[in-house]
Design a protein around this ligand. Structure first.
Ligand code: ATP
Ligand code: ATP
Ligand code: MG
Ligand code: MG
Lengths: 221, 221
């Protein structure tokens, strides 16, 4: 489902060139559960943003479902992002003026679902992350871990075939974190593909494979 | 140095009253290293915001250095916050338009320090968290863990006598997280007081005492 060839991502900061990724290649088969680990600043989120079609590589190729992503139009990319990919950001990225309910509902509105259908899915997603009793709170009226769980509900509401989760349990206590992982395993058992960045070895051990990233490269040691 | 009596924090959401804290009392002696643990949404950040004089309780008393904080003027509170307290927020709270260097420098500018003195302290603080090579990056040009380290440098630059850290390692890999903890231990060894919220039992074990919070109350079980 995913194949990357020699991905590079560089930023020009004045005179200096910052190399976030320098030649990353890997493949992920359908229905795999892969963890990505590595030190702070090593390029994990950069990889996730490229996989989620939220950013474009400076160099290199990325094939999603056999299609070369760089050759897709903006509309085609938006369609894939909305229909097939669920994204849990490291910084949550919730709309500050919308309630938890509305934040989870938004991707379903873009998909053109009926109000009745949307409400059912939003309720179910908020219930899965135990956030139903805070559905009318806006992000500023929630704790850090509660915001993270709303972001997870938003990514799951659409029942995505590819779930990209960037450190989904960083702000959660271990019990809540374990519950979220059980949720991910259920999604995986339904035949979906999961890629998850984590700093927690206990969580990484639940994946089938770990990709280690260091200084913008895959670490094969 | 810290004494709280029967602290309450409630929010009125329409018809519903949300009780973030319902009667929290505890004391912290000078030069203690205390960890605060508890489930997501249990009230830990609310306690930290009250201790850091960033929020006021709905009910109850808070004494800092023997002074009743609710009786202090806004100027006196701002003075204490700037001179004595270093705060690492759960959501970093960096200025998005300022570089890492300038974010760390800001509290020192408020303190009225000379440019030369400030630069020395900013360099030293960024070096302590290994972020000197990213000093000219703005927050959007940094990874999640790098932003967290800049926020830690900002809290430490002023050599605070009371360090309040709300989940300071949530976005860091375990090696970087351990290095930050060693830094905290050095600050503690110098006679300072540290209160740290964490979800990580390994990190909590480095503290001298753990306060457990559950549903807005201290859990004495
Ligand atoms: N402005 C607000 N309005 C309404 N409820 C709020 C507000 N701020 C916080 N809350 C609620 O108060 C409770 C405690 O929040 P707090 O941020 O202290 O939790 P926490 O223990 O820090 O959790 P986490 O580990 O997830 O960061 C939460 O259930 C939250 O929904
Ligand atoms: N817009 C940008 N401009 C310049 N440098 C950037 C930019 N975005 C990221 N970087 C740099 O690229 C590197 C990789 O960033 P990335 O966010 O992928 O790291 P990460 O592995 O996710 O780290 P963390 O675990 O801390 O979240 C970092 O060193 C960062 O400073
Ligand atoms: Mg990251
Ligand atoms: Mg919190």
């Amino acid at each position: 489902i995913i194949s990357t060839e020699n991905l590079w991502k560089t930023y020009q900061m004045g005179e200096q060139e910052v190399r976030a990724l320098s030649g990353v290649s890997f493949e992920v088969a359908r229905n795999e559960f892969v963890a990505i680990m590595g030190p702070s600043g090593s390029g994990k989120s950069t990889i996730m943003n490229l996989l989620g079609c939220l950013d474009t590589p400076t160099k290199g190729k990325y094939y999603l479902n056999g299609q070369l992503v760089s050759s897709l139009s903006e509309n085609e990319l938006a369609y894939i992002r909305n229909q097939e990919i669920g994204f849990v950001f490291q910084v949550f990225n919730l709309l500050s003026r919308a309630t938890a309910f509305h934040n989870v509902e938004l991707p379903l509105i873009y998909k053109g679902e009926s109000k009745k259908q949307r409400e059912k899915k939003v309720y179910r997603a908020l219930e899965m992350v135990e956030m139903l009793n805070r559905k009318d709170h806006r992000p500023s009226e929630l704790s850090g871990g509660e915001r993270q769980r709303v972001a997870i509900a938003r990514a799951l509401a659409n029942d995505p075939s590819l779930l990209l989760a960037d450190e989904p349990t960083g702000n959660l206590d271990s019990k809540t974190g374990q519950e979220i992982l059980k949720l991910f395993q259920k999604i995986h058992d339904r035949g979906n593909t999961i890629m998850m960045v984590t700093h927690d070895q206990n969580i990484a051990d639940l994946a089938q494979r770990i990709i280690h990233v260091k200084d913008g490269k895959i670490d094969h040691t």
